[in-house]
Write a protein that binds this ligand. Structure first.
Ligand code: NAD
Length: 360
């Protein structure tokens, strides 16, 4: 089991289906890590892999992470993932005229789960792709608004991150206003660009995105130096696994709160951060805004004020987790793992009580 919240947990019943698309012959891998709490939620990743087995490994790992994300957000949903493991050299082919065939294959694969798997965008797929997939199945989230969906999930994801930053301001910085804190933002993409606003140091590997820094009067750091920039809060909003045992001693921040999935290179990094007095907010909790809002809007049909309340509750949930961490002296990852284990164990118990779940 790779690093992350599912480490050390008994593995849940799991469905894994690997098939070749009827039109394209490309491997479509769908992993349902857990359906105890409800249908498995998780996006569809389309990218080239050296081998379909690498795609399968990604599907297993990412679907387990989705189980943690949905359960810790107290949603009545499990975790799943679809991966289309494109053969090397075919990415351009399936980005162009043949994309419709590939997405039709995906739509039929999703539909074959009859609602126990619900897909959405991920690396290599967009809301527009979801509209095409949606011609074959209704079990798809985040189609564009004009196509009946809730569209791109970056804004609610950023809202969840901001709610978590508030929870950390209250607990680590005695409620100091954001305008008096320095943020170091790693990655100015869809989500990172929405976090900006206070005193900033930023980095992005795309020179075009660095230009956003001028608008905010932010200091631009070289991407490889961002992690060691002096800042109150580090916001990982680029890739996963950037927090390594080697990187931790050089960090110069007091807290880490960001949307990037799977930030820790291994569970031991959580202990190192804790020992160094750095508060790390577990990313499955922080990054849940996208799934919380899309499910609330498209499945629960909630109105905007209710959706905003659910996004604010992400910060409350992180706050409770950090309070428990402070009380018990255990790292936030350990507290989150224990919470997850409780929720899943209750869900697996044949006659046991059902976990409390929100309506989203
Ligand atoms: P994105 O691809 O739009 O942005 C990522 C940015 O990071 C890009 O601008 C890229 O150039 C930059 N980058 C890549 N490597 C970098 C490096 N070494 N240093 C600095 N910058 C680097 O992605 P996004 O949608 O903004 O998502 C950001 C993170 O949050 C990802 O890890 C994603 O998986 C996660 N996430 C996103 C959502 C969502 O709704 N978009 C939801 C949950 C989690």
């Amino acid at each position: 089991m790779p690093a992350g919240l599912r480490s050390g947990l008994v593995s849940a019943p799991r469905a894994l289906r690997i098939e070749r698309g009827a039109r394209t012959g490309q491997p479509i891998i769908i992993s349902l890590d857990s359906t105890e709490l409800g249908p498995a939620l998780g996006g569809c990743r389309i990218k080239p892999y050296a081998s379909w087995r690498d795609g399968m490994d990604d599907a297993l790992r990412l679907s387990a992470a989705m189980t943690a994300k949905a359960a810790l957000a107290e949603m009545p949903y499990g975790g799943g993932k679809a991966v289309v493991a494109l053969s090397p050299g075919t990415a351009a082919h399936y980005a162009g005229a043949h994309r419709g065939d590939l997405l039709a294959d995906v739509g039929e694969a999703v539909e074959s789960f009859d609602g126990s798997y619900i897909t959405g965008p991920d690396v290599g797929t967009s809301p527009d792709d979801m509209a095409v997939i949606g011609r074959r199945t209704r079990h798809v989230l985040c189609r564009p608004q004009h196509a009946g969906g809730s569209g791109d999930s970056s804004a609610p994801t950023a809202a969840g991150v901001l709610a978590c930053i508030d929870a950390v301001r209250d607990r680590v910085f005695d409620g100091r206003p954001a305008r008096r804190l320095t943020f170091a933002i790693q990655g100015l993409g869809h989500v990172g660009a929405l976090i900006a606003g206070a005193s900033l140091v930023v980095a992005d590997t795309e020179p075009g995105r660095q230009r956003l820094a001028n608008r905010w009067r932010a200091r631009v750091a070289a991407p490889e130096q961002l992690l060691t920039s002096e800042a109150d809060i580090l916001v990982p909003a680029a890739l996963g696994a950037t927090l390594t045992p080697q990187a931790v001693p050089a960090l110069r921040c007091r807290a880490i709160v960001g949307p990037a999935n799977n930030q820790l290179a291994g569970d031991s990094v959580a202990d190192l951060l804790h020992a160094q007095g750095i508060t790390w907010a577990p990313d499955p909790v922080v990054s849940a805004g996208g799934i919380v809002a899309s499910v609330a809007r498209e499945i629960s049909h909630l109105a905007d004020p209710e959706v905003q309340n659910l996004l604010a509750a992400i910060g409350d949930r992180l706050g409770a987790l950090l309070d428990e961490s402070a009380r018990s002296g255990r790292p936030p990852l350990t507290v989150a793992q224990q919470r997850l284990r409780q929720v899943l164990t209750q869900a697996q118990a044949p006659a046991g009580p059902h976990p409390t779940v929100a309506t989203a």
